[in-house]
Design a protein around this ligand. Structure first.
Ligand code: ADP
Ligand code: MG
Length: 689
């Protein structure tokens, strides 16, 4: 076994306590230490004369102890004055030992490193790091910058420096331990340093290569490892069998009938994606396909077509949506679309009464229900299918990567697993999607249904509420409908609902001739359904809502949306919300009504939304303005975390990972596992997390 894979305990000076502290930083194996990079560096490469020191400088000095004393003035402290012939400085220790007191005898030589401050008695250093100099000829300056590592409680900079140094020394002695899996030709092409050079530069910069390129070299390898891990996972999944939805005459008739009964013609993009899905399902291995398409691009009907393929082959379909509201809407759409077919469409959420639930479960077990639509309640242990052939997951970005992978095992019978179709409105940039979903085949619906007009978006201050209310009146006079979205306090659903209630009261008073209704997440499921149905039937003019309507909701006659406090939401989320309008063939409007004062960054971000209707562009900008962690945000759990790579900084690298990763899989298969081990450690098998 390569010694770098050994636990850190085998290094000198690492007891169980230190080891467990290092573990908190994710440092378990020796190679983890090698990739534990400094946060910053300290410069101890030259000794500063004391008379050159200025407050605020961090400096290395060398001098003789002049006197030492314990001062009882103010806080008790040990004060030690040193001079180097050019001037004096006081060292001050608030915590000190008798040993320290006796060791710092007048006349001895010491070196100190700390920030210089200006105190009562002139220049001083508080708690400097110091060393006694035994031989006055000793050189005390370091040849390289000193690394400062991220720490955790109970761990000192010295301990971690020492530990990392031991790990680096091992590699220096035996360079082949740290195998460079990236071929030399590639390093040249990218002007990357070797792995050893990159590591050594980052821990102790020496000017041989820039810190930036060294960092890029490592980030590149980390991204590659993540990509490869998901690809391996996908290849592993390909060994499973799946029901093969073979082509039959009856099936052909059914799909023709389905397409004819739609009130519209599919777009070219929809047809292309359907063909891709169809090709997958005709194979005896599980389809794992992601359909990406901006809000309103018509993903639902594409998934219904896939469901039809399963049905006509005699299999059941489960459709999972992230919210009850959306599940309910899908239920209605699917019920209508499959009304002429000999099957039952059923609805299953956590809110169902025991009896209703029982009958759904029965129908799934005995196979009378061909399609079931629901929330994550679909995947509880008590739900059993007779012949589940296809799982459809809508708005996948609301679920995490691990959750998705876990679902694969659901519905497994022996060697056979259902096909899986996941859909997302791409609130994540292409580059990120590629990493996040490299275990999936991707289809993109890059065309909106014809006749759609861009949504006209304005950014206005809340002070103009009166104008907005006038606009609503005029809009409703044209027999169109309006959403008013309260986002006020996103973290708390209770407060959000309260705010929506208040707003709804206010608007009912301000707009007495309008039919105003309120919908929020804390309402009973049945009440939500009634309201949504009434809104669809145009029995409501103005729907005051919380962000529950963010995903999926589809009412083409609603073409005006007011979003309050948009500055508190992420751009991609706002784009999703806004996607509720712009579904008819008339001009739609979105008013982003912010609270003043608006920060520059918020103004900039809302401007992005005003100027673009393209989900991809918005997601890229969001990434740029907020960084990947934020875009993925707390709303999306279970996403990939990187040690070194930063998706906004390294986006150019990400662009190349796919091609290189595939090259690696074919040409350097032996490098794949070690790379995954190096960067993902025990997490290599995503599906087991
Ligand atoms: P999303 O991709 O956001 O899930 P939906 O599936 O909800 O979009 O579709 C949005 C609206 O567009 C729905 O009312 C749907 O019936 C309609 N639609 C879908 N495809 C077409 C098409 N080819 N032509 C016209 N309208 C379409
Ligand atoms: Mg949808």
């Amino acid at each position: 076994m390569n010694i770098l894979n050994q636990p850190i305990e085998i290094l000198t000076g690492i007891g169980t306590q230190t080891a467990s502290r290092l573990q908190k930083l994710g440092l378990c194996r020796i190679q983890d230490l090698i990739f534990h990079l400094p946060l910053r560096y300290e410069d101890r490469t030259c000794v500063s004369p004391i008379n050159s020191l200025r407050p605020g400088m961090t400096a290395l000095i060398r001098g003789r102890v002049e006197f030492i004393d314990v001062s009882a003035k103010g806080r008790k402290s040990l004060i030690c004055q040193i001079s180097d012939g050019t001037g004096f400085i006081n060292l001050k220790f608030f915590h000190f030992t008798t040993n320290q007191h006796t060791a710092l005898k007048p006349g001895i030589l010491i070196s100190c490193f700390a920030e210089v401050r200006y105190g009562y008695t002139g220049l001083e250093m508080i708690h400097p790091e110091y060393k006694l100099i035994v031989d006055s000829g000793d050189c005390i300056a370091e040849s390289r910058l000193t690394p400062v590592y991220p720490l955790t409680e109970g761990l000192s900079q010295n301990v971690i420096r020492n530990t990392v140094k031991q790990a680096l020394n091992l590699c220096n002695r035996e360079p082949e331990l740290l195998t460079d899996w990236i071929p030399e030709s590639l390093l040249k092409q990218y002007h990357f340093p070797s792995l050893a050079q990159a590591v050594s530069t980052l821990h102790a910069p020496d000017g041989a290569c820039s810190r930036e390129t060294a960092l890029q070299r490592l980030a590149f390898e980390e991204l590659l490892a993540h990509y490869l891990a998901l690809r391996i996972n996908r290849n592993k999944a390909k060994i499973w069998l799946a029901p093969c939805f073979s082509e039959t005459e009856a099936g052909k008739l059914a799909t023709e009938h389905f397409l004819c009964s739609l009130p519209f013609k599919l777009t070219g993009a929809q047809q292309r994606v359907i063909a891709e899905i169809e090709a997958d399902c005709r194979l005896p291995h599980p389809m794992m396909r992601l359909v990406q398409g901006d809000v309103g691009s018509g993903k639902t009907v594409v998934s219904a077509y896939a469901a039809l393929l399963a049905l006509t082959a005699g299999y059941q379909v489960a459709v999972m949506a992230p919210t009850e509201l959306l599940a309910e809407q899908h239920f209605q759409n699917f019920s209508a679309w499959f009304a002429g077919f000999d099957t039952q469409v059923m609805y299953l959420t956590g809110q169902l009464k025991a009896n209703a639930r029982k009958s759904v479960l029965l129908a799934l077990e005995d196979g009378t229900a061909g399609i079931v639509i629901g929330t994550h309640a679909l995947f509880q242990d008590s739900v059993n299918f007779k012949r589940l052939g296809l799982i459809i997951i809508d708005e996948q970005h609301r679920f995490g990567v691990h959750q998705r992978l876990a679902l694969r095992e659901k519905g497994q019978q022996g060697e056979v697993r259902p096909h899986q179709l996941v859909m997302t409105a791409t609130p994540i940039p292409r580059t990120l999607a590629m990493l996040q979903y490299s275990d999936l085949d991707i289809s993109i619906i890059d065309e909106l249904p014809p006749g759609r007009k861009p949504i006209v978006t304005s950014v206005i201050p809340a002070e103009r509420r009166a104008d907005v209310i006038k606009k609503i009146n005029g809009w409703v006079a044209q027999k169109k409908q309006v959403y008013w979205v309260c986002t006020l306090i996103e973290e708390s659903e209770v407060l959000q609902c309260e705010a929506a209630e208040k707003t709804s009261e206010m608007l009912t008073l301000a707009l007495p001739s309008l039919r105003v209704a309120l919908i929020h997440g804390r309402m009973k499921s049945a009440d939500k359904e009634t309201i949504m149905q009434a809104f669809k039937n145009h029995e409501i003019d103005l729907l005051v809502a919380t962000t529950v309507i963010e995903v999926g909701v589809d009412v083409p006659n609603a073409g005006l949306m007011i979003i309050e406090n948009p500055e508190r939401l992420g751009l991609s989320q706002l784009h999703q919300l806004r996607g509720r309008v712009g579904r008819g063939n008339y001009d739609s409007y979105c008013l982003l009504m912010y609270q003043t004062p608006l920060s520059d960054n918020a103004r900039h971000r809302l401007g992005v939304l005003r100027d673009s209707n393209d989900g991809f562009v918005i997601a890229e900008k969001d990434l740029e303005l907020r960084g990947s962690g934020e875009v993925m945000g707390t709303r999306q759990t279970g996403q990939i975390h990187f040690k070194i790579a930063d998706l906004s900084r390294d986006s150019e690298l990400v662009d190349r990972i796919q091609q290189l990763g595939d090259h690696f899989l074919t040409h350097s298969p032996e490098a794949v596992q070690p790379l995954c081990d190096r960067w993902l450690g025990t997490l290599t098998d995503y599906s087991e997390v």
